[in-house]
Design a protein around this ligand. Structure first.
Ligand code: HEC
Length: 408
């Protein structure tokens, strides 16, 4: 297992062994004997409350899969069936366990946790039923699922321990994605920047990126600066340097220019807004109310603003005790996510709106949540042949309409 030979990971193994042994409850199921991370805590277990140790176990599993994630050949090779199926099985088990942790009881994390869990259950189902190509696609979408939680709260871009990019397989793009998923933001950002600056049409030493991928690169980089580092100033400086690369696709070039303008104004924002939920909500309303709900594409002039607002909302949601303001926070998070769509993270827009109606049905905000949710559903099921809402979705609409007290 090439991946675990790096000294840093061996240190991790030691730390992990210790931290897992320090906890109690369900056994960590040390099924893969070759994997030192598993053999270390043979009798170890994970408390329901300790998300960090669980995360390291998730990391160990996903790291063992990394070489298969980046190689279709290896992923499809029947010789690797058992190993892959086993790691996927572990991931699906772990994600269910993550759901039970105390830390997940805030709606922000809980909803993302549920999304992660259904992601891995679906992945397991696809793999086990022989739908391997789809399974691989799902697996490669995992960074979005991981980021959906990790990018909610600003924190140090440096994780407790770092992965060594040299130990990862695949192209620069694939490595950066993996680093991004595992919260190695500083290293991921370095690679994203390197790709933006050396992009030469569609050829790079190690990889071939198409227009869409280089756009993903730019967006991931933006999300690190805005959501994790919350450092608008350096984002502006760094993106301005990237712009010196005249080979970047024309559209992207234009977008980055408008991001820079928004970053400039974001850096003038009052940092004290964070401790004031009412102010955050008012600010969200100002930015989001006029926005089209579906698809803020990268060239939307308000992209930085939406990312920034959703970051403020998440941080407030995490810091604020659950009360009626929570309904408003969920409402605006839903609206922000509907506009960001799947472009950045897993789209949880309608999930937040449903949570708002489920948890705070008697509030006025719940009715606004319903209006947004209904509009989104209609939009989703409207095509050239008119609106055709499937029965189960119609039932759900009916349920929520009644729940928030709107007459049919
Ligand atoms: C449901 C929310 C959630 C999801 C989804 C999630 N994580 Fe986490 N993760 C957390 C939280 C919360 C922490 C921080 C724990 C702390 O600092 O107390 C964390 C921390 C980590 C860390 C520790 C990094 C450090 O600072 O040392 C790693 C590694 C990690 N997660 C990997 C993953 C991977 C890989 C995925 C996707 C397969 C993932 N996580 C998905 C919530 C989540």
């Amino acid at each position: 297992m090439r991946y675990f030979r790096s000294p840093i990971l061996l240190i991790l193994v030691a730390v992990l062994g210790y931290s897992l042994q320090a906890c109690a409850a369900e056994p960590a199921n040390p099924s893969n004997k070759e994997n030192p991370i598993y053999s270390a805590p043979a009798t170890a277990s994970v408390t329901e409350g300790d998300i960090k140790s669980l995360m390291y176990t998730v990391l160990a599993e996903i790291s063992s899969l990394q070489e298969y994630m980046v190689s279709e050949k290896k992923f499809l090779d029947p010789k690797n069936d058992k190993v892959i199926a086993n790691h996927i099985q572990q991931l699906s088990r772990l994600s269910t366990q993550v759901l039970k942790t105390k830390k997940l009881q805030v709606p922000g994390y809980r909803l993302s946790g549920e999304a992660l869990d259904s992601h891995f259950q679906e992945l397991k189902y696809a793999y086990n039923s022989g739908n391997k190509k789809y399974a691989r696609w799902m697996l490669s979408a995992t960074p979005y699922a991981c980021a959906s939680c990790h990018t909610q709260i600003a924190h140090s871009p440096k994780p407790l321990w770092e992965l060594n990019e040299k130990d990862l397989s695949g192209s620069v793009f694939e490595k950066a994605d993996f680093l991004f998923a595992t919260r190695n933001y500083a290293q991921a950002e370095k690679l994203y920047t390197q790709m933006l600056r050396s992009y030469a049409g569609d050829t790079l030493p190690n990889t071939t990126l198409d227009d869409q991928q280089i756009e993903t690169v730019a967006k991931r980089k933006l999300s690190i600066f805005v959501r994790i580092n919350r450092d608008f100033k350096n984002a502006e400086v760094s993106f301005s340097k990237d712009l010196q690369n005249k080979k970047l696709p024309k559209d992207l070039h234009e977008n980055m220019k408008s991001w820079i303008t928004q970053l400039k104004s974001a850096s003038k924002q009052d940092p004290k807004i964070l401790g004031k939920p009412m102010k955050v909500i008012a600010h969200a309303a100002k930015v989001l109310d006029k926005l089209p709900r579906t698809f803020v594409s990268a060239n939307n002039p308000q992209l930085v603003d939406v990312l920034n607002v959703s970051s403020l909302l998440y941080q407030t949601l995490h810091a604020h005790p659950r009360d009626e303001l929570t309904a408003s926070l969920l409402f605006w998070l839903g609206v922000a996510d509907l506009s960001l769509n799947n472009e950045f993270f897993f789209s949880l827009g309608s999930t937040y709106l449903k949570e708002c109606m489920r948890e705070f049905p008697k509030t006025l905000v719940a009715r606004r949540c319903f209006a947004e949710y209904e509009a989104d559903v209609k939009n989703l099921y409207t095509g050239t042949r008119g609106t055709d809402i499937p029965e189960e979705v119609a039932q759900e609409l009916k349920f929520f309409r009644a729940r928030v007290g709107i007459e049919d």
